[in-house]
Ligand binder design. Structure first.
Ligand SMILES: [Zn+2]
Length: 656
């Protein structure tokens, strides 16, 4: 019996989660709160306008965690409620139809609402209060049906000390000073889930930009003013590109982005009022260190801003109907980051970025667990917010785009967003929207991609028959299928360069082992398997020295050239040096230059060092990082001198 090499995602306390029954639809919620920064508490009321779904039951149950509830009224009349610190049971006496339930309460929340203040160790910290409710922490600071499937309009009326500002969802209806404080009244008419309702209170400065009539507000502590536009300055372009990609105009009247003290996530896509960490303010001159995805995932302000902006469509405008479909929010936001990179920085950079994400997913897969993207069996809803949902999910959308073609794929996203606007959707809804625009049957693809675990691990062997003028590729899928990982059915590009021309064949993969035979005019100089990197996969494809050398020099696809450079380094042969040296100097795409430099380091011979010294110090920080790594392989005074120069004087902290 084969045993799976992967640990299970299941824990003893895992169980299948299904959306809770709905007793009512929330039409509107109005939250009125006074914030006490000293006591780290709130007090006030929440009024829910609800429409019971099954009339005549006589009561409804509302999520409310550890609130101190003092009274409850229905349509203005006091009622006797029951409360067990988790569910509030409210009787609905008399008539049927729409009811207004007002709950008066106070709370010192341990989740959902957070307070920050300076202390002895950190006197610079800001006095702030901010909420973070995803997935199910809204109930710690206001009573509601706390599930993404219940969407309503909202109002937020918050009283704070004088000098403080409150930022929330929608439009600022009024702002008034009172003797002992200030009251901010916000209103959002677009129906949204409880976890997207938010407020932030603190002392903030503001810079405003505009795109297509939408005001973009950046809220920040005054100490960060010099860095604000490095963090948020690309927002107008990001919104513009997202409108094009989604085929949907930015659907709200404004967009606030606010950086808060000690935020517990990178960013959170609260409805048109994104909350972000203070940790991503790039310093002057470090833009290149922080190219999207360069140093670390999410260390780049641009990709973080693009991710949260993308959620304003995927997540907020259309929301996953339950947490097991969280990829609808997160895979889309992640993929749209990459699509923004493709538009703003080119396809090579986008493919490089997708690869960086996949590496993280592979690490989770290898060291933690393997699970399908859509998975109901977890302990907490947080558990599905992992690399499988974000990274593998984004790769599956990339494959779907490949399968459908750009025209249908992008029409499908617009169709989906239009059809489920202001509502919720699940994996089947996405499939149906994509089928409707393409005419394709996508059930099999969705099943393999979203409902089954894993990815293909290909081994490819190539042979040329000079008499028959045929190239044969033997393609094996070697992944362990004992845990439900399938043999994948996928299109794949096989590319040959013959007499200087690029010949591309799109074939269908679908069995554990298959032989593909191609008739060509002459022996190809380059043989490539998925050179545009459409597929999430692992690939073992041993190539001859000549094939690798030609690939580095001739391939049109930067990723393929990078791979050739890396593989040439692994030959540890001085024969590879001229090709690598040439690529280090002339290559257009930075990653190929970086791979070539690292490969020279890997070869490690005197001739390789001579080549590195001849190439000299690259002007780009990210390529200098590769040179620093390469030089580290040599115990040589000349290499040491350059490295000391980097340590003492390079303007990139990563190079240093
Ligand atoms: Zn996200």
């Amino acid at each position: 019996m084969a045993t799976s090499s992967h640990r299970s995602f299941r824990l003893p306390e895992s169980k299948a989660h299904y959306a809770p029954a709905r007793e009512f639809r929330t039409l509107h919620r109005k939250i009125e709160l006074s914030v006490d920064f000293q006591k780290k508490s709130i007090s006030g009321s929440c009024t829910l306008v609800v429409e019971p779904i099954r009339q005549g039951r006589g009561e409804v149950h509302i999520d409310a965690r550890e609130l101190d509830v003092s009274s409850c009224t229905v349509d203005g009349a006091k009622v006797d409620f029951e409360y067990d610190d988790a569910l509030l049971t409210v009787p609905l006496p008399g008539k049927s139809g729409v009811r207004s339930i007002k709950v008066e309460y106070s709370a010192t929340p341990k989740e959902g609402l957070y307070f920050t203040a300076p202390d002895a160790e950190h006197p610079e910290k800001e006095v702030q209060a901010w909420t973070h409710s995803e997935p199910e922490s809204a109930r710690f600071w206001f009573p509601c049906h706390d599930h993404p499937s219940d969407k309503s309009s909202s109002e937020m009326v918050v009283r704070v000390p004088r000098g403080f500002r409150v930022i929330s969802n929608g439009r600022l209806v009024s702002e008034r000073e009172e003797a002992d404080g200030a009251v901010f009244h916000w209103r959002e008419d677009t129906p949204h889930s409880s976890y997207l309702t938010s407020f932030i209170a603190g002392k903030f400065s503001q810079i405003t930009q505009e795109v297509h009539g939408v005001k973009l507000h950046y809220n920040f502590p005054e100490s960060k003013r010099a860095d604000v536009l490095r963090y948020f300055g690309e927002t107008p372009r990001i919104i513009e590109v997202l409108e094009e990609l989604t085929g949907t105009k930015y659907p709200y009247e404004k967009y606030d982005q606010t950086t808060v003290q000690d935020f517990i996530a990178g960013g959170e896509e609260n409805l048109n009022a994104t909350t972000l960490s203070m940790n991503y303010y790039p310093e002057a001159g470090t833009e290149e260190d922080f190219q999207p995805m360069y140093s670390n995932p999410f260390s780049s302000a641009v990709s973080l801003v693009a991710h949260e902006a993308a959620h304003q469509w995927y997540g907020d405008w259309v929301t996953c109907s339950d947490w097991c479909h969280a990829w609808i929010n997160e895979a889309w936001a992640t993929y749209l980051e990459s699509l923004y990179t493709e538009r703003s920085r080119g396809a090579d950079q986008m493919r490089w970025e997708m690869r960086a994400r996949e590496v993280e997913y592979f690490e989770e897969d290898e060291t933690q667990y393997r699970r399908p993207i859509v998975d109901r069996e977890y302990v907490w809803p947080h558990d599905v917010f992992d690399h499988t949902t974000y990274r593998k999910g984004a790769s599956m959308l990339h494959e779907l785009r490949y399968l459908m073609g750009d025209e249908a794929f992008f029409r499908g996203t617009a169709e989906f967003l239009n059809k489920h606007a202001k509502a919720c959707a699940d994996t089947d809804d996405m499939r149906k929207a994509m089928e409707a625009v393409s005419g394709l049957q996508l059930e099999e693809f969705f099943e393999q991609s979203f409902l089954k675990p894993g990815y293909p691990e290909f081994r490819v062997e190539y042979a040329w028959d000079d008499a028959a003028k045929t190239a044969t590729l033997r393609v094996k899928q070697e992944q362990d299928t004992s845990d439900g990982t399938p043999i994948f059915k996928l299109p794949c590009d096989i590319v040959f360069y013959v007499g200087g021309a690029r010949k591309q064949f799109r074939i269908m993969l679908g069995s554990a082992e298959q032989s593909l035979v191609f008739s060509l005019d002459a022996k190809p100089s380059v043989v490539e398997f998925d050179p545009e990197r459409w597929l999430l996969k692992k690939l073992k494809f041993e190539k001859t020295f000549d094939l690798l050398e030609n690939q580095l020099a001739q391939s049109q696809d930067a990723w393929s050239r990078s791979e050739a450079a890396t593989a040439l380094g692994k030959t540890v042969s001085d024969r590879a040096i001229p090709a690598l040296k040439s690529a280090s100097k002339k290559e257009q795409f930075w990653d190929v230059r970086a791979c070539a430099l690292r490969a020279l380091g890997e070869i490690g011979s005197d001739a390789a060092l001579a080549a590195l010294l001849e190439v000299g110090v690259p002007s780009e920080r990210r390529v200098r990082r590769a040179l620093a790594k390469a030089l580290g392989n040599f115990k040589d005074e000349r290499a040491r001198k350059i490295l000391i120069g980097f340590l003492e004087g390079d303007d990139s902290p990563y190079v240093r």
